[in-house]
Design a protein around this ligand. Structure first.
Ligand SMILES: Cc1ncc(COP(=O)(O)O)c(C=O)c1O
Length: 392
């Protein structure tokens, strides 16, 4: 795959490239925000969707055995995780699965814990469903984020937490949690009867030498305590097809979750999503290997650029993901000023750190899943604006 190819996504109803007016963003800002990629997907996915489109009939559909085999095969090959067909439910997205989990496994007012700064729809789900949001904030220590384990357990006990939503790998801070970190958290949750919803949507984006560990697979005992959320959407750029897979070994838990979807009459069964996922999981290995290497090159390029041209701006070195958490605090701007500087002077549309929690003050999240030439252009725009404002 030629990841250097610049695909013009303007006028395609892309939220990232065409959402400026909708979101009140100046039209000339380059978008490096929402988590989708500017790369074309796996060619076999395009073939599968073209074949399906040619049939001309798009009636109700369900998951075939071959679909389940493709998901099982991917998890086995890529993550050494052996799952059974009976564990898998398709859902129309990971965020909708999180909402459904909160509804299925907690009551109004129950405490649900997250670790800010974290993917903002977690907090939104907890708030709109009128649960109590508990925060075990991550700590930035020696330029990397770590977990405050004492606080983790204290928050659970003090607030009688019922559900913990884990982000693994962690968006936006880029941590790929170690086995020890994962088991420490899970053991505390098991001890206090806290159910874990483990959002592993970024599982396929891990830089060497780090390794993603599927939480539920670290101890057989976790099977009754962990719900794993996965999706092909980030990995293969299929977010518009609205399909994700929830894995639950414990069938009682699985039925409880499925009942929420049934009650809402929400069913996945998106024929294009199913076809694309099957093709991607069957044929996408080399694509993902190449893409992760390409992303790493973009990351190194960006890191060197800041070090050479503006060392006040620092990357929190990500261990995975295509989203980079960048520390702008040394520029000495207030959040409002930083946002305005980026939009009006640098002409860049990034994700403002504050949306991930107040812990994100002074940070921005930059999406590097785009051709290197665009990263270079964005960084040069930033540098010119910084110089013009005497900021570096
Ligand atoms: C951690 C995390 N979970 C979920 C999602 C979105 O999942 P979906 O589009 O399947 O709802 C994202 C998208 O960026 C994400 O970063």
């Amino acid at each position: 795959m030629n990841f250097n190819k610049i695909n013009d996504r303007r006028n395609t109803h892309s939220i990232k490239w065409d959402g400026h007016a909708k979101m009140n963003i100046p039209d000339d800002c380059m978008p490096l925000w929402v988590a989708d990629m500017d790369f074309q997907t796996v060619p076999e996915v395009v073939d599968a969707l073209s074949d399906l489109a040619q049939r001309g009939i798009y009636g109700y559909s369900f998951e075939s055995d071959d679909y389940f085999k493709s998901v099982i095969g991917w998890m086995q090959r890529r993550h050494q995780w052996n799952i059974e067909k009976e564990w898998i439910s398709t859902t129309p997205g990971v965020v909708s699965a999180i909402h459904a989990c909160i509804q299925a496994f907690t009551q109004l007012g129950d405490a649900v814990m997250i670790q800010k700064p974290v993917y903002h729809p977690f907090a939104h789900a907890i708030n709109v469903l009128e649960r109590k949001l508990v925060n075990n904030a991550l700590i930035l220590k020696d330029a990397q984020y770590v977990i405050d384990f004492a606080d983790f357990e204290k928050q659970i006990i003090d607030n009688q937490v019922k559900l913990f939503i884990l982000c693994s790998p962690h968006n936006p801070v880029g941590r790929v949690w170690t086995k020890e970190e994962l088991t420490t958290m899970a053991d505390v949750c098991v001890k206090h009867h806290v159910l874990i919803v483990s959002d592993e949507i970024h599982m396929d984006f891990v830089f060497k030498p780090y390794r993603h560990h599927v939480l539920v697979d670290l101890n057989e005992n976790y099977r009754d305590h962990v719900i794993t959320l996965t999706a092909p959407s980030k990995t293969f750029n299929l977010a518009g097809l609205k399909l994700s897979n929830t894995m639950i070994a414990n069938q009682k838990l699985k039925k409880k979750l499925e009942k929420v979807y049934d009650d809402l009459s929400v069913h996945a069964g998106h024929s294009f999503g199913l076809a694309a996922t099957q093709a991607a999981y069957n044929h996408g290995d080399a694509y993902v290997d190449e893409m992760v290497d390409y992303l790493y090159e973009n990351l190194i390029f960006m890191d060197h650029f800041f070090k050479e041209n503006c060392p006040k701006i620092k990357i929190v070195q990500p261990q995975g993901l295509y989203l980079v958490w960048v520390d702008f605090r040394e520029l000495g701007l207030k959040d409002r000023e930083l946002k305005s500087f980026l939009l009006t002077k640098a002409k860049l549309w990034l994700n403002d750190g504050l949306i991930f929690g107040r812990e994100g003050s002074g940070f921005q999240r930059i999406n590097i899943a785009t051709p290197k030439a665009l990263i270079e252009k964005a960084l040069n725009q930033l540098l010119s604006a910084l110089k013009a404002e005497n900021l570096c």
